[in-house]
Design a protein around this ligand. Structure first.
Ligand code: SF4
Length: 94
């Protein structure tokens, strides 16, 4: 059985988007610490992107809830919690 590319495998997951983002960014702290580029590199789902104006974009709906960004972000940059009410990612095996 072929497993497929990472994008194909991630595409098998199901996402319940919930009502609102579970990730908030303090843009001033992100700029001051340069955290944006770090978060772009470490997130396996490509949630973060630094825009041309330096603002850190968050495509929170694609989050895999791995917690990596919260572990590596400088203090004060992110406010992160699990999606409320059972929303979020549902992994599909196989
Ligand atoms: S929890 Fe994981 S998948 Fe979600 S935004 Fe952070 S690094 Fe990306």
């Amino acid at each position: 059985m072929k497993l497929g590319t990472i994008a194909e495998r991630l595409g098998r997951n199901r996402y319940d988007l919930g009502a609102s983002s579970h990730i908030e960014v303090d843009q001033a702290a992100a700029r001051a610490t340069g955290a944006g580029r770090l978060l772009e590199r470490v997130c396996p789902a490509g949630v973060y992107s630094v825009g041309p104006d330096g603002a850190l974009g968050v495509l929170w709906a694609a989050c895999l809830e791995c917690g990596t960004c919260l572990a590596v972000a400088p203090p004060g940059v992110l406010t992160w919690h699990y999606p409320a009410g059972g929303a979020g990612v549902a992994y599909r095996q196989g």
